[in-house]
Design a protein around this ligand. Structure first.
Ligand code: NAD
Length: 319
């Protein structure tokens, strides 16, 4: 269990039920969210993805925390409206309530403009933006189901955006467009769901160590073949070693210890914000995009403009 996530009180999300999309990679924000939600006392979390090969080890990790949280694996292609409704119904049939929905699945891609076409653009928008519409539309409605256990509507919907939606220059056009769109959709989303006691927020991470490079390759290959077969699930399972190797060879090379804004954090640093947003600790936070990038976007051109940034001398060393 990741140390940062072990700090939550188990009463924080007591009795709460919900789901996380993109939770099937061996190492990433979705998986850490499931661990964090379990650590904060959630009753059940549906860990959904295109592949369930890593869910058994996730369930094992949750059991090792001595948590009572039930982690269910469920195949869910977030572009599929019917499947989204069907998994939500499964949650409601089993637990009679839906309290949190993390629209987290995504693919991180950089394809030069001249190598893209409208079909590629539509696919990216469907995975990362249209899926959030489905989360608001149907996840919001599921949060309005009440029972003896949950006497009034309510919940928290959280989407994973990116600093690509803020700065634009670190990904291709489709990714930046989708991430900027979802960060803005939280505003009308929070208004439309305000009468139902449902909060809607976004987290915009900078670069984060995860399986994103390996899982993107797999998701795109899978979508290619599923276009032919009509299926969306895959039996292929990425290992943590494969994921780390792919990350280190690409985004990992950007990491540096020199300045705080150049660090690349672990996924639990993003998941801990997600647990906060799912809980009443964030009761007054609504319709917001929380940028979690170590100050990268705030740094602008940083030392390329102002020269080296020197560490402060300790106070005691001052004359
Ligand atoms: N890692 C980063 O540097 C970074 C930075 C900013 C934002 N993000 C965002 O964080 C989110 C989580 O990514 P991560 O970095 O933890 O990587 P990850 O690979 O661990 O998780 C992404 C998951 O999404 C799944 N997925 C892809 N297409 C899907 C589909 N159609 N239906 C269902 N699941 C699908 C993948 O199979 C994968 O398991 C993504 O939305 C990503 O864009 C990541």
């Amino acid at each position: 269990m990741q140390p940062l996530l072990s700090g939550f009180s188990r009463s924080l999300l007591q009795n709460k039920v919900g789901f996380v999309t993109g939770a099937g990679s061996p190492y990433g924000i979705g998986r850490s969210l499931v661990l964090g939600l379990a650590a904060a006392g959630a009753r059940a979390v549906y860990a959904t993805d295109l592949s369930l090969g890593n869910i058994a080890s996730l369930q094992e990790e949750v059991r090792a925390m001595k948590s009572d949280c039930q982690v269910h694996g469920a195949i869910l292609d977030v572009t599929d409206e019917k499947q989204t409704i069907s998994v939500l119904k499964e949650v409601l049939d089993k637990y009679g309530r839906m309290d949190f929905y993390f629209a987290n699945a995504g693919v991180g891609n950089y394809v030069p403009l001249q190598n893209t076409d409208a079909a590629y653009y539509d696919k990216m928008i469907s995975i990362m933006q249209r899926s959030f519409f489905l989360a608001l539309r149907y996840g919001g409605q599921a949060m309005c189901n009440v029972s003896a256990d949950k006497p009034s509507p309510g919940g928290s919907i959280v989407v994973t955006s990116s600093i690509a939606g803020v700065s634009g220059g670190i990904s291709d056009i489709s990714y930046s467009s989708a991430k900027a769109a979802v960060a803005n959709m939280v505003k009308p989303g929070s208004v439309q769901l305000a009468a139902s006691n449902i909060r809607v927020n976004s987290i915009a991470p900078g670069f984060v160590r995860s399986s994103i490079i390996a899982s993107t390759r797999q998701a795109l290959a899978n979508m290619q073949s599923s276009a032919n077969t009509g299926g969306t699930s895959t039996n292929k399972t990425i290992t943590k070693e494969e994921a780390s190797k792919a990350f280190d060879a690409t985004l990992g090379r950007l990491a540096s210890d020199k300045y705080y804004f150049d660090r690349i954090p672990e996924p639990e640093e993003i998941a801990s914000i997600g647990v906060f947003l799912a809980s009443e600790l964030s009761a007054s936070v609504n319709g917001q995009n929380i940028v979690a990038d170590n100050g990268k976007t705030a740094s602008g051109q940083a030392d390329r403009t102002i020269g080296p940034i020197h560490a402060m001398a300790p106070l005691s060393a001052l004359g």
